[in-house]
Design a binder for this molecule. Structure first.
Ligand code: PGA
Length: 249
């Protein structure tokens, strides 16, 4: 299996000086991380600065989003090509993008194909709302999100999936490790159905939603959970370093 993956999603938080402070602390921390890939996703405005600070470290950089078109008259948007100068990775289809900015499964598929074109890793986020879970539709929703996002390609190199139940994001109420494992194993089966050449075994599947230094170990001990997508706890560098140190490698 691949290395564990820990991804920090700063969302629309931090100032330029916060970004510099956090990245400097992370790059100076003596992390024993041979078996963990760490990716930091700052706001797009700070990518160049964070890249400058982390370029000689083992930490990687990701963007939080890209536009679904390659270039053109899309005021305010950021393209795959633009971020590819700084980033290895992009987060796609985060539930905040789906819910607040009305991104569709089709948009996410276009972004995935575009990210591939620019040689970026895609972290495709999937997850159900509390209503969907309570009405027994969680797996159906998650499989639809995956099947739509991965349409028109069977090349799953550079693909990561993050299972992020919407009700667990930013609420302090993480899923249980058992429920998260159950869904992540289901996700692996869905991908196996799409491509039977054993590729699903090597696709990192992350859990996200109120992950912190106290619960990371529980999640990363699970068979089908290969890491975490971390929001709130990634904004405090001491907490984030603690979380990395507790990740099961
Ligand atoms: P959280 O956010 O860790 O604050 O719950 C996770 C995410 O949205 O990726």
């Amino acid at each position: 299996m691949n290395k564990a993956q820990i991804v920090a999603n700063w969302k629309m938080n931090t100032t330029i000086s916060d970004s510099i402070n956090i990245s400097t602390k992370l790059s100076n921390a003596s992390l024993d991380i041979n078996n963990i890939d760490i990716t930091i996703c700052p706001p797009a405005l700070y990518l160049a600065q964070v890249h400058q600070i982390l370029k000689n470290s083992s930490l990687k950089i990701g963007a939080q989003n890209i536009h679904s078109e390659e270039e053109g008259a899309y005021t305010g948007e950021i393209s795959a090509k633009m971020i590819s100068d700084y980033c290895d990775t992009v987060i796609l289809g985060h539930s905040e993008r789906r819910q607040i900015f009305k991104e569709s499964n089709q948009d996410i598929n276009k972004k995935f194909l575009l990210a591939k074109k620019f040689n970026l890793n895609s972290i495709i986020c999937v997850g159900e709302t509390i209503q969907e879970r309570e009405s027994g539709k969680a797996k159906k929703i998650v499989s639809t999100q995956i099947l739509s996002a991965l349409k028109s390609t069977s090349d799953f190199n550079k693909l990561l999936i993050a299972y992020e139940p919407v009700w667990a994001i930013g609420t302090g109420k993480a899923a249980t490790a058992k429920d998260a494992q159950d869904m992540c194993s289901y996700i692996r089966n869905v991908i196996t159905e799409l491509n039977k050449n054993n590729v699903a075994e090597n696709i990192p599947i992350l859990y996200g939603g109120s992950v912190n230094s106290e619960n990371i170990e529980l999640f990363t001990q699970q068979k089908d959970i290969n890491g975490a997508l971390v929001g709130t706890a990634s904004l405090d560098p001491d907490e984030f370093i603690k979380l990395i140190k507790k990740t099961k490698q």
